[in-house]
Design a protein around this ligand. Structure first.
Ligand SMILES: Cc1cc2nc3c(=O)[nH]c(=O)nc-3n(C[C@H](O)[C@H](O)[C@H](O)COP(=O)(O)O)c2cc1C
Length: 354
């Protein structure tokens, strides 16, 4: 049963939705654990005041009974509390009454670095908001909820995933300085997965390589401009004798330059994925742009925005890695009932004596 995720939701629309199919029946979910991940995503130094409006909590509309999955599509919702301020501007149906609140005036000055220009050209929108609302990273909230479900599944086969910012002395000072200059910053995060047995993913087909799937999942997160696995880019400057992880008599490695992935498969060592986040594109001191209606030069859209979201990215990327590992684990171990899935895992690790 292939694990799949579809999501919908605009930044200031009524809410964010995810439908997860392919989960086994009988998986216990903990609402507090999911909400704790949602809170982690909202925290972090440099976030905008929006995070004080939102207090993300997951709601489940289908697929769960008394805290256990039914093996049917699991429907998750995270409501946007800020939608109250955008009721007219982001009304799904033609709004009634006089324009009121936020989002009533069309945006015509695209921001460099955001979806704005290519988005309106591609979809034929007259208002940049029609592109930016979905491109915004707000909907990563419901992906974090889905990642939390993936982590619960992975925990049944002893896999744990965690993300953190790469230690940078002075990150807060760098954020404070950027804020004072009405500028933004990026940063680097690292995701680690432990307990992954060898053999998730495959070299048999390019699209099923686990390294490729992880890279695509992390690169697919807003503002990520670089992804590396293990020593990544640094490997290019090493010799083979320095770069590869020798195999000991117990089949384990004493180094992990490969970041737990060889030939598109997990190799039994810790999986290590790093992502580089660019500085966020919405600047309080805006860059040059063009008014798409008048054709006149102007300054790009300014709206409430994070100065930095690197700590949030660590949580979002953790969810993305957890999701892809869960997909690979479902592909390998299958099962309609959770017990079938776990039994297949146990039989496999017994066969390979891992
Ligand atoms: C957790 C998170 C929060 C973000 N918050 C903002 C923000 O407040 N302001 C902003 O301009 N961009 C923010 N971004 C980045 C934009 O969504 C992103 O740069 C934009 O959608 C264009 O996509 P690209 O950077 O992948 O090319 C955030 C990204 C993440 C992952």
């Amino acid at each position: 049963m292939t694990l799949r995720l579809a999501s919908a939701g605009e930044s200031h629309g009524p809410g964010l939705v995810a439908i997860l199919t392919g989960l086994p029946a009988g998986l216990a979910l903990d609402r507090d654990a999911i909400d704790a991940d949602l809170r982690r995503r909202q925290e972090g130094y440099g976030r905008s005041p929006r995070q004080r409006i939102e207090q993300d909590r997951v709601e489940v509309l289908a697929g769960l009974r008394h805290g256990r999955t039914l093996g049917t599509p699991l429907a998750l919702v995270v409501w946007n509390r800020d939608h109250d301020n955008w009721k007219w501007g982001m009304s799904p149906w033609p709004p009634e009454g006089e324009p009121a609140g936020k989002g009533t005036k069309p945006v015509t000055l695209p921001r460099p670095g955001h979806a704005d220009l290519a988005g309106v050209l591609k979809y034929g929108h007259a208002d940049v908001r029609d592109a930016l609302e979905r491109a915004s990273a707000r909907h990563t909230a419901v992906h974090v909820a889905a990642g939390s479900v993936a982590k619960a599944l992975l925990a049944t086969i002893a896999i744990a995933v965690s993300g953190a910012t790469v230690d940078e002395p002075g990150l807060q000072a760098r954020i404070d300085e950027a804020r004072a200059d009405r500028d933004t910053v990026g940063g680097i995060v690292e995701i680690r997965a432990t307990g992954v047995p060898p053999g998730l993913g495959t070299y048999a087909a390019k699209e099923d390589r686990l390294d490729g799937r992880l890279a695509a999942a992390v690169m697919g997160i807003q503002a990520v401009k670089g992804v590396e696995i293990g020593d990544g880019f640094a490997l290019a400057g090493l010799r083979g004798s320095q770069a590869h992880d020798e195999i000991g008599p117990d089949r384990r490695r004493s180094t992990n330059h490969a970041g737990g992935l060889e030939a598109g498969m997990s190799n039994g060592e810790e999986i290590v994925v790093r992502a580089a986040m660019k500085p966020l594109p919405t600047l309080m001191k805006p860059l040059a742009s063009v008014d798409l209606v008048s054709g006149e030069p102007g300054e790009a859209l300014v709206e409430r925005s994070d100065v930095a979201a690197v700590e949030a990215l660590a949580v979002v990327a953790e969810a993305a890695v957890a999701w892809e590992l869960a997909v690979a684990a479902r592909d390998k171990f299958g099962g309609d009932a959770l017990g079938d899935f776990v039994a297949a895992y146990r039989s496999y690790v017994e066969r390979i004596q891992w």
